[in-house]
Design a protein around this ligand. Sequence first.
Ligand code: C5P
Length: 412
Amino acid sequence: MQGRRILLVIGGGIAAYKSLDLIRRLRDRGASVRCILTAGAQHFITPLAASALSGQRTHTDLFDREDEADIGHIKLARDADVIVVAPATANLMSKMATGGADDLASTVLLATTLPILVAPAMNVRMWQHPATRRNLATLRADGVHVAGPNDGAMAEAEFGPGRMAEPTEIADAVERVLAAAADRHESGARGGVLSGLRVLVTSGPTHEPIDPVRYIANRSSGRQGHAIAAAAAAAGAEVTLVSGPVSLPDPPGVRTIHVESAREMLAAVEAALPADIAIFAAAVADWRSATEAGQKLKKDGNAPPPLQLALNPDILATIAHRAEGRPPLVVGFAAETENVVEHARQKLARKGCDLIVANDVSPGTGVMGGERNSVQLVTSANVETWPTMTKEQVAGKLVARLGEIAKGRGRA
Ligand code: C5P
């Protein structure tokens, strides 16, 4: 991050002391850092400490005449490459999610179009509160990047998620955000193959609840779908990723919406339309439990309760068959264990999509959950067989092909 300019907003939490270390780590990596301290932050650290470590003036007041004459909040919101909010308190996240602007930090965050990374830190119950979950989902949907929080010992002798990520972890996340922004910029300047197009991607498995603690799932890791979303963003597209539960980080530069079940995934996909290209890489569970018990099912000595299944909506088919607002290019995936191409052809017709990426997931291929993939691209007219590659390479090649197809159709 040599020469990159970072605006660090320090919120009012005990983790603010770690942000002083973060300033040093970022500067050690060659970045320049300018700080804003909220009123709360100044209970934990002083503007003087932040200035001494950053080597720059620290800003605290929205209506500071000297500040406004010197730089001004709008300029602060522009004169950087990325804004990092660490610690991001529950209150700061809430203001960001609702567009509140009642102090310098929140006003700058509302006035900016720069990439934003938040490192939440708060009491575990505040972190788990539905209001914070909602705010977090809103921020993610707005394209805000999130680092942490980590599990661990916290102030007030508590334990759980809510500890701010470590300064080196935050610095690594800043690097990723800056790299993604640079990729997008470069690809925009190059006129990336998908620049100006809206791409929607589904990824990962779905979890279908049986009761509050049990669910039906599958072995999908989400690697292929996430790699496609990242490759599409790097190719200049405006990408929305609807992801089932995965243990992967959100791809940088991608608006990521997190869902659990197939029905939630369909609702999120419909809400994310319109799109120019929709790529359905998720391994959606075909069936869900017909009933969802409100309480944990008990083994009470009797025979186990029968599991009744109900059919889930087919997201790909629903979108591909839409009379209105169908994305011009709809791509499905077909994981098969035999007669791969034949089954893919049938699926193409049945689901109403334009292209199927077919792969052999029979045991021994290591594709499901693995790092490599061997795919065949099936359209109604022909079949392309690609060599075995990493999922990232498959994603890059697929994005390049979709760019060609979109171009061939007069950019869809
Ligand atoms: O029918 P099958 O599951 O083999 O089809 C796979 C393709 O359909 C994938 O693109 C997958 O994302 C999509 N699909 C879906 N909703 C479902 C089942 C599959 O979008 N309920």
